[in-house]
Design a protein around this ligand. Structure first.
Ligand code: SF4
Length: 440
């Protein structure tokens, strides 16, 4: 077997980035890396496509079922677009945040402020419609409704009921049926739902789901297969890919490459990393990349909440019903705060041999429903349950840091991470000090 550099970037990651930036280009949003990724000629040849906004939980399969004069409709998630902008053109995000502030828009959520700032400069893609769900954040639904209604873009608000039963499943199914009818009428026949295409999108989504799960499962064994900075963005950045054929190829490559790396670690005399194994909860801070680099140097991020696939295979005979089942996945509904803790966190904590959990408490102390004290206590509760069950001593560090606004980086954040790792190393019976820091 040829030797593998476990820190080199996966080919699947390059393919995933290409996929994401191609979607941005098709939607008319040109980020600087696009010119590096594609040559100029290919860039010019990408046909502009009809695009719609989707919030993170709205099923992208529904959008791949739509047809616009024989072409796909592109799902763009504005939050992902903002995160990618922060990574590659941080000044653009800072400027958008300032524009929104000058306009008197003072929502505490920096994603929403940036969206308002970009919109007021007419920089968002020219969306044909927006599909927004009230979970996890009806606060964000409110902001995006404001943005889109100003631009006279039809907005379809998907209501996720707080419990899942036969009646709420019917209710969710009927919303998808209504949206399919309404987008045809609102677009004056330009965009229509093609049920066969929707079934096909669900089949692609199921294939991608299976491949990603296979790939992620390889992370369970000892050692490190991929850099944390590369791994943490895997599914979030392309959550809009589920339902597309290209994503099946990417996910297959992801699974294959991680499988090869696992096999290489198991069959060769290479030193497996014994650094503390970390689970990262919530989005990483894109405005302060040193934060992730520090974690990556001292620990191995082997699990990340935003890579979770919490839904089962989606039935496709009755595709609207299938999507309703996806939205109502598991015991809770979708990504409701309760199910997020029980369905996502517990399974990660139990299966990936985690030593420490880092929770990014985005916009600490504000109204973000994913960063409340309730979220922290539910997470701590899950950690306690798993610690007791496996007689473990997992440690959690809650870091109050904003995901995209660089002015909200706490001064002591690096020291906190350092002392978190010192404690973890002590618990693993290793010297507490980070010797490599002095050796390099
Ligand atoms: S969940 Fe939090 S970060 Fe996301 S849009 Fe709502 S307030 Fe902002």
């Amino acid at each position: 077997m040829v030797s593998i550099d476990l820190d080199s970037k996966l080919m699947a990651s390059k393919m995933r980035n290409e996929f994401l930036y191609k979607q941005f280009v098709k939607a008319g949003y040109l980020l600087p890396p696009a010119e590096k990724i594609f040559d100029k000629l290919r860039l010019v040849n990408f046909r502009r496509s009809a695009c719609v906004d989707r919030s993170l939980l709205f099923p992208s399969e529904f959008i791949y079922g739509l047809d616009s004069k024989g072409h796909d409709v592109i799902p763009i998630t504005v939050e992902v677009l903002i995160a990618a902008t922060t990574l590659y053109v941080p000044n653009e995000t800072e400027h958008a945040l300032n524009v929104a502030k000058r306009m008197g828009y003072n929502a505490s959520c920096s994603f929403q402020r940036a969206a308002i700032g970009l919109e007021s400069q007419n920089k968002l893609p020219k969306f044909k419609a927006a599909f927004i769900s009230n979970v996890p954040c009806d606060y964000s639904a409110d902001t995006f409704n404001q943005i889109f209604s100003k631009r006279k873009i039809p907005v379809y608000n998907f209501i996720l009921p707080s419990e899942y039963n036969i009646n709420t499943k019917k209710f969710m199914k009927s919303q998808f049926e209504q949206f399919a009818k309404r987008i045809y009428e609102d677009s004056k026949g330009d965009i229509r739902m093609d049920i066969d295409k929707l079934r096909e999108a669900i089949k692609y989504s199921n294939d991608s789901r299976k491949n990603f799960l296979d790939g992620i499962n390889h992370m369970k064994g000892p050692g490190r297969l991929i850099k944390g900075t590369e791994f943490v963005n895997y599914n979030l950045f392309c959550s809009g890919g589920f339902g597309s054929k290209e994503f099946v190829t990417i996910s297959k490559k992801f699974s294959k490459e991680l499988g090869e790396r696992r096999k290489y670690l198991e069959t060769n005399k290479v030193n497996k990393s014994e650094k503390p194994r970390i689970c990262l909860i919530h989005f990483p801070p894109y405005s302060y990349l040193d934060f992730l680099k520090n974690i990556d140097s001292q620990g191995d991020i082997v699990a990340a909440e935003i890579n979770s696939i919490w839904w089962d295979e989606i039935p496709y005979d009755d595709p609207f019903e299938g999507l309703a089942i996806k939205m109502g996945a598991k015991s809770g509904v979708g990504w409701s705060l309760k199910s997020r803790s029980e369905v996502i966190h517990r399974h990660i904590l139990e299966e990936f041999n985690i030593d420490g959990v880092i929770y990014i408490q985005h916009m600490f102390g504000t109204s973000c429903p994913l960063a409340s004290e309730g979220c922290v206590s539910r997470l701590k509760n899950e950690i306690d349950i798993v610690n007791k069950k496996f007689n473990k001593d997992m440690l959690v560090e809650v870091v109050p840091i904003d995901c995209i606004c660089s002015t909200s980086v706490p001064a002591n954040v690096d020291t906190r991470i350092d002392s978190f790792f010192e404690t973890l190393r002590l618990r693993k019976g290793q010297p507490p000090f980070w010797l490599e820091r002095f050796e390099n």
